[in-house]
Design a protein. Structure first.
Lengths: 195, 634
């Protein structure tokens, strides 16, 4: 069962409230990058533009990241029920899918670089790489947090009653996923529809 | 009582346990000590920023001087602005937030004590990092706003600006999260939002402003830094980049930033004035709402800093109107302070004088601000000394006066001594005179055409403008003398000031209930709050005519009736925040010089520090559960 902290003014755990508050600021962080990207979507400096995207490939890695949110929920649920072995299993699955996603990003960026789209090419390129690059950095940090959660659980430092710790990392992970859904839609899908 | 658990003794832990000595300050997680650390660091940076402004005024004391080269002059006004905004006014407010917030809401500490320490160390290292630029090729010289693409050019030294401000931004963001959670979740039983001290309301509003504004400047600074160091193409016109994008991103932060700087001082004045008028704050609900409205509307006026950029007539009209709107909630606050004093039994202590000074000087600054909001006026006034006059009236005459008022007011609670009132009054009057002598004439010289950020005062502007500049420069000398009086009073009072007792001002809010200085755990017994101005209502009942009648001392003193104050479980000191934050230095230098080895070292250092921090329990024997899940006494 989730331990409620009865002595807080709102009945919420401080750490959960803290994570929600932090995530609120992160929305503005990514929002600003997205605005810049939309401003610069046609400023390709006679280099590659949106036609360089490989939508099928990115769809697959997006699906993997979405599924990792499912395994994250399963991990938290296992923790709540006190099944630490299952929790660790699902944590590893989440982190693994995150790493697959990152691998896909690295591959994608390498291909783009070879095709003439790197950070220094144009405003479009810079804003694309910043938006997706910072998202990738957030995924990487999330993977680190998940692996930390895994190892601390293995050494017994994270116990059944402490599922708020898994929950707040889950919040972070879902946030990163939601940002990707928005990025995928705005960066990859809508321009494709626009033609 | 700390007890070890089975899992708790085998991991090597670096954990100082003494409560005195240098290491105890490095490892402190006590919000009161962190507030004191902020305060002294602010004084050092204030001195440095004052030196920079003195050099500027020496250069401008007369026309066509060459006291400073143009390059050095540019570095001086850039660093003066950065220092005063990011290293003085903001952390000065943080000093008050840190010290007072838990005491005012009846909590034993903030929600995340080690994160609190982290914010301080990041501030200190960020300031050191910025100033190290003087020795590493020159300080940033592209003004505190750092407009691209000039700032992306290597001659600007702006890589230090970009990275340094990022570090400071992270410090503020962490504080914002910390204070929001503390205020929302750790208030004493019975302290509803509408019973909180007004200073706490302003802290909450400021923290939300920081929460949403800092990420935006983080974006602008990343783009700036990568353009400057890694050849990104965000703001380079040759490849299709738009310099105005930088301005938008900067001012989306920059405008909320000025409210971040003024709201804490407004909160302080809202505490000082009721105490020394012996009346409750007039229009409490309106004050809270107006503060929130200022914050909210403040996110919608940023382009009034860009009227002379190519934004077009429709945005200019819209932002002009929105900017005038902000004058409404601001005016509500001004009137409410005046009405607080009206009919009260006023004592003009030094703290009260500075608060009254705040209201009057800030109003003057606000009037010139409304003039800026009018677009045709703005075209005349932009980039002239009229702007310099405006923001110094609101920031110096406003924010700084308010913060100094806070120093005189809470000094007795922090130290147990009183500051000398005679010296305080000399300080106030010389400060007020010197301030007006320095910045008053700038209104005129600005309207007569003196441009900002120009190293040499041109002869063509004529002898009147030259006279105004001379007056400004003389004003600085008065300010230096005044500041010295303040510093002398401060140090002497700490050492040999008259003992103050717990409640020297007969104040209204519960931080005055504690021992003096407050004990480590703040309250022996967490008070149950039943009204606004809780402390006042514990001291006084009201007679039929509405006159306060003192009740016998009892509920107005924090005393340990059951003798179990010794069992209060507080967070232990920790070296991890300091260790972790130190890694930002190699990371920062690596980002400035595009040195991947340094970046790698810094990143690994900080990640390792972060894991050390996570593994360590908040207090020994805690079994990784936070001891301060809430505000209840143990």
């Amino acid at each position: 069962m989730t331990a409620i902290a009865p002595s807080t003014s709102m009945g919420l755990d401080n750490r959960k409230l803290g994570m929600w508050t932090f995530l609120a600021s992160e929305f503005l962080f990514f929002g600003a990058f997205m605005s810049a990207y939309l401003l610069y979507i046609d400023e390709t400096n006679r280099g590659p533009g949106i036609e360089i995207f490989d939508i099928p490939f990115t769809s697959v890695s997006s699906f993997v990241l979405l599924m990792s949110s499912l395994t994250m929920v399963l991990a938290h649920n296992s923790h709540v029920r006190g099944d630490m072995r299952r929790m660790r299993l699902w944590i590893l699955a989440t982190a693994g899918q995150g790493m697959v996603f990152l691998g896909g990003q690295v591959y994608e960026f390498t291909v783009f670089s070879r095709e003439g789209l790197d950070l220094t090419q144009s405003p479009f390129a810079s804003s694309f790489f910043f938006l997706t690059g910072f998202h990738g950095a957030h995924v990487a940090i999330g993977v680190l947090l998940l692996l930390g959660l895994y190892s601390l659980s293995r050494t017994g430092k994270i116990k059944p009653g402490q599922d708020v710790k898994t929950e707040i990392i889950g919040l972070y992970w879902h946030f990163v996923d939601i940002i990707w859904v928005i990025i995928f839609t705005v960066v990859y899908l809508i321009p494709e529809l626009r033609g | 009582m700390a007890t070890t658990t089975a899992a708790g003794t085998d991991t090597a832990r670096i954990r100082p346990s003494k409560s005195t000595g240098f290491l105890s300050w490095v490892a402190t997680t006590d919000h009161k000590r962190i507030g004191i650390l902020y305060f002294w660091t602010v004084l050092v940076f204030f001195f440095i920023g004052g030196v920079e402004s003195s050099l500027i005024r020496a250069q401008l004391a007369q026309a066509e001087l060459s006291v400073l080269t143009a390059e050095i002059y540019n570095q001086m006004f850039t660093m003066h602005g950065i220092t005063m905004v990011f290293l003085v006014v903001m952390p000065f407010a943080a000093a008050f937030f840190n010290y007072l917030l838990p005491l005012m809401i009846g909590a034993r500490d903030v929600a995340f004590p080690r994160l609190n320490a982290f914010s301080y160390w990041f501030y200190l290292f960020g300031g050191i990092f910025l100033y190290s630029s003087f020795f590493l090729g020159g300080a940033p010289n592209g003004s505190w706003v750092g407009y691209a693409p000039l700032s992306t050019n290597a001659v600007s030294n702006m890589a230090f600006y970009a990275v340094g401000l990022q570090i400071l931004g992270v410090s503020s963001l962490a504080s914002a999260v910390n204070f929001i959670v503390t205020i929302v979740n750790m208030r004493a039983p019975g302290m509803t939002f509408m019973r909180m001290p007004m200073f706490v309301w302003m802290t909450l509003t400021t923290s939300f402003l920081l929460l949403f504004a800092v990420p935006i400047i983080a974006v602008a600074l990343f783009m700036l830094q990568f353009d400057a160091v890694f050849s990104a193409q965000f703001f380079q016109p040759a490849t299709g980049g738009d310099p105005v994008l930088y301005q938008h991103l900067f001012w989306l932060f920059g405008h909320p930033e000025v409210y971040i700087m003024i709201l804490p001082a407004m909160g302080i004045v809202s505490e000082v004035m009721p105490t020394f008028s012996r009346k409750p704050l007039f229009g409490y609900a309106a004050m809270a709402f107006a503060g929130a409205a200022i914050g909210f509307i403040g996110f919608g006026v940023w382009a009034h800093h860009m009227f002379t950029s190519a934004i077009g007539p429709v945005p200019r009209a819209a932002f002009s109107v929105a900017t005038m709107f902000i004058a409404v909630p601001t005016g509500i606050k001004i009137f409410n302070w005046v009405f607080t004093m009206w009919g009260g039994r006023i004592r003009f202590t030094t703290a009260m004088l500075f608060s009254v000074g705040f209201v009057s000087m800030f109003t003057i600054g606000g009037l010139s601000g409304v003039m800026h909001a009018i677009v045709p006026h703005n075209a005349q006034q932009h980039d002239t000394y009229f702007v310099v006059a405006h923001f110094h009236y609101v920031l110096f005459g406003g924010a700084l006066f308010g913060l100094i008022s806070g120093v005189y007011y809470w000094f007795p609670k922090v130290t147990g001594r009183l500051m000398n009132e005679k010296l305080g009054k000399v300080h106030f009057w010389t400060w007020l005179f010197g301030f007006n002598l320095t910045f008053g004439p700038m209104h005129m010289s600005g309207l007569l055409g003196q441009p900002r950020r120009t190293a040499v005062l041109p002869d063509e502007l004529g002898p009147t403008v030259e006279l105004y500049n001379l007056l400004s420069s003389l004003g600085v000398i008065v300010l230096i003398v005044s500041a010295s009086i303040f510093l002398f009073n401060l140090i002497r009072s700490i050492r040999r000031g008259e003992a103050s007792g717990d409640d020297p001002w007969d104040a209204r809010t519960i931080e005055w209930m504690t021992a003096t200085p407050p004990k480590h755990h703040n309250f022996d017994v967490i008070p149950v709050v039943t009204s606004r101005d809780e402390f006042w209502h514990r001291k006084y009942a009201e007679s039929e005519q509405g006159i306060p009648v003192a009740v016998p001392v009892g509920a107005s003193v924090d005393h340990d009736a059951d003798g179990d104050a010794g069992h209060i479980h507080m967070p232990d000191p920790s070296l991890w925040p300091a260790i972790h934050t130190l890694g930002v230095l190699p990371l920062g230098y690596g980002l400035v010089y595009a040195n991947w080895l340094l970046i790698g070292i810094g990143a690994v250092w900080m990640v390792t520090g972060m894991f050390g921090w996570i593994i360590e329990p908040l207090a020994e024997g805690d079994d990784d559960e936070p001891a301060l899940a809430g505000s209840a006494a143990h």
